[in-house]
Design a protein around this ligand. Structure first.
Ligand SMILES: *[C@@H]1O[C@H](CO)[C@@H](O)[C@H](O)[C@H]1NC(C)=O
Ligand SMILES: *[C@@H]1O[C@H](CO)[C@@H](O)[C@H](O)[C@H]1NC(C)=O
Ligand SMILES: [Cu+2]
Length: 372
């Protein structure tokens, strides 16, 4: 009797310890975000354009309600139904407003990656997409993000990729395929067949298809011809568990002393930027130029933006107006400066281009948002 009570007691104790430790295993990245927030609040107090009243909050996909997810998904689908604003003689494959975003990224790929403007360019780009969802498609929420670390063990069954009607669609159909050279072949590889985006097509590209995907060639060498095809994915946890765990994201933030180190580590072969892209993989997910053609791109890049935001917020005074790197991935591009202009053609918000110095704070210039 006594023995059975104490065994039961022991069991209850163990269960509570494991429950508590789940609660207490701090989300190290969330902790850094909370630690930096007072610095962001101080920046809002001094901001010329952003106020507490106007402030928007971006949240993780797993932390928003089903209704919020459905509203976001509906707005994305809406963008894929609106006409392109690009000149059809120059960009015949850009049929939809969604395609406009893909075309702009393809056009500038070699001057916005591994460069001084990588972070600010993609910040404006992701924000512009969020604004289009709102102003052109009636969305009232914010751009959600995909916290790679939160779902590192099993991205395929995460609420982002579980294939449900509140997901960004699921894994690609299982097809026999090779490794793409970045990670071993996973359980997908074929067209996505589940969730809200199963009928979505990617119309532009390919330009740099990985060897595990076999998209038809684009009719034009610049990839801007019309080439509609299904979206393929090969999601696996290989890279999230190897390169993008919560501990690794936190280490990226705490161990990068300057912006150059931070952005280089993020984009290195074992960095979180390729980890997110190649966790999705497939076509266009792993195509360096065309990757925004997969609608999960925006959740990934919102997380890239969040990690930069958290890194900045740790020492905002010294990490806001800073820049490092060149203007072109190829040699001979020259040094980037805070005066350089980010111009996104038809996806500029209200037609405006900005200097990098206006795009480095999420609570200054055109921006007024934080992450929770
Ligand atoms: C493509 O790049 C050229 C040269 O920088 C620029 O003039 C044009 O506006 C860009 N087009 C798009 C769609 O971004
Ligand atoms: C996809 O297209 C098919 C055929 O047009 C349609 O029956 C189905 O409802 C569509 N699915 C979604 C999720 O839009
Ligand atoms: Cu990019």
């Amino acid at each position: 009797m006594v023995g059975s009570i104490s065994l039961r007691g022991l069991y209850v104790l163990l269960v509570s310890i494991s429950f508590l430790s789940t609660l207490c295993i701090a989300d190290a990245v969330g902790d850094l975000q909370a630690k930096g927030r007072p610095n962001i609040d101080a920046a809002i107090a001094k901001s010329k354009t952003c106020t507490k009243e106007k402030l928007q909050v971006r949240k993780e996909w797993g932390s928003i309600t089903a209704a919020e997810k459905k509203a976001y998904i509906a707005a994305v689908l809406c963008l894929t139904q609106k006409p392109s604003k690009l000149d059809p003689t120059k960009y015949p494959g850009a049929k939809t407003r969604y395609d406009d975003f893909v075309a702009v990224h393809m056009n500038q790929t070699l001057s916005i990656h591994g460069t001084a403007n990588f972070l600010s360019w993609h910040r404006y780009y992701t924000w512009s997409y969020e604004q289009s969802l709102r102003t052109e498609c009636g969305y009232t929420g914010t751009q959600p993000y995909w916290d790679w670390g939160r779902w590192a063990e099993s991205p395929e069954t995460s609420p982002i990729f579980d294939g449900s009607d509140t997901s960004m669609s699921g894994q690609g159909a299982k097809v026999t395929h090779s490794s793409n050279g970045i990670k071993p072949a996973g359980n997908g590889g074929g067209c996505i067949e589940t969730g809200p985006f199963k009928n979505m097509t990617v119309n532009l590209g390919p330009l740099a298809a990985m060897r595990d995907t076999t998209p038809p060639r684009n009719p034009r060498t610049d990839g801007m011809g019309y080439n509609p095809r299904c979206i393929k994915r090969d999601i696996s946890n290989y890279l999230t568990t190897r390169d993008a765990t919560t501990a690794q994201i936190a280490a990226l933030i705490t161990s990068s002393a300057d912006i150059g180190t931070f952005q280089n580590q993020m984009q290195a072969g074992n960095g979180v930027h390729p980890a997110g892209h190649f966790t999705i993989s497939g076509d266009p997910g792993s195509d360096f130029y065309v990757s925004p053609g997969d609608p999960a791109f925006w959740l990934h890049h919102s997380m890239i933006d969040r990690v930069w935001y958290i890194w900045q917020s740790q020492d905002f005074a010294n990490r806001e107006q800073v820049i490092a790197g060149g203007t072109s991935m190829m040699m001979g591009g020259g040094k980037g400066t805070l005066e350089d202009v980010v111009n996104m053609d038809v996806v500029n918000v209200d037609g405006k281009s900005y200097k990098i110095k206006e795009l480095v704070s999420t609570v200054e210039g055109p921006f007024c948002y934080v992450f929770e």
